[in-house]
Design a protein around this ligand. Structure first.
Ligand SMILES: [Zn+2]
Length: 134
């Protein structure tokens, strides 16, 4: 999913949550949007280029259709870890809410575009299983 729908839906979620968690919605909103920075990290590593505009354009034009891209902030294990840390610290709990919302939006997007499912690695375990079996 591209950044604009994430911004729009995360803003709507933040408006809904504001009466309950106050200014902590900034954490939820930020976590829900900025975890996509891992797309740029992946681009830097795989294309040996820091050109942000080019990375965005290539993502937008779907020129980077490699299977099972490794996006570090889109791993279920990381979501679980942040969720567990959320039991001990409220900030992690709000980050967890934002990340979970982001994941849900991405999953809805993949449901709408099934060809994208193989485009990303969603689990560290699956990543290493694939890497070691080839
Ligand atoms: Zn995403």
């Amino acid at each position: 999913m591209f950044p604009l729908p994430h911004v729009i839906f995360s803003t709507i979620l933040s408006i809904i949550l504001y009466p309950f968690i106050g200014s902590n919605v900034i954490i939820v909103w930020s976590a829900s949007i900025f975890i996509d920075i891992d797309h740029y990290f992946w681009y830097i590593i795989n294309n040996k280029s820091w050109n942000f505009y080019q990375a965005y354009t290539k993502h937008k034009n779907q020129e980077l259709r490699k299977p099972y891209k490794f996006h570090i902030f889109h791993l279920v294990e990381l979501l679980i870890l942040i969720g567990l840390l959320g039991f001990y610290n409220k900030i992690f709990f709000y980050i967890f809410i934002g990340m979970l919302f982001h994941y849900i939006l991405d999953w809805i997007d993949m449901y709408r575009h099934p060809d994208m499912i193989k485009g990303r690695t969603w689990s560290l375990i699956m990543y290493f299983k694939r890497k070691w079996s080839t």
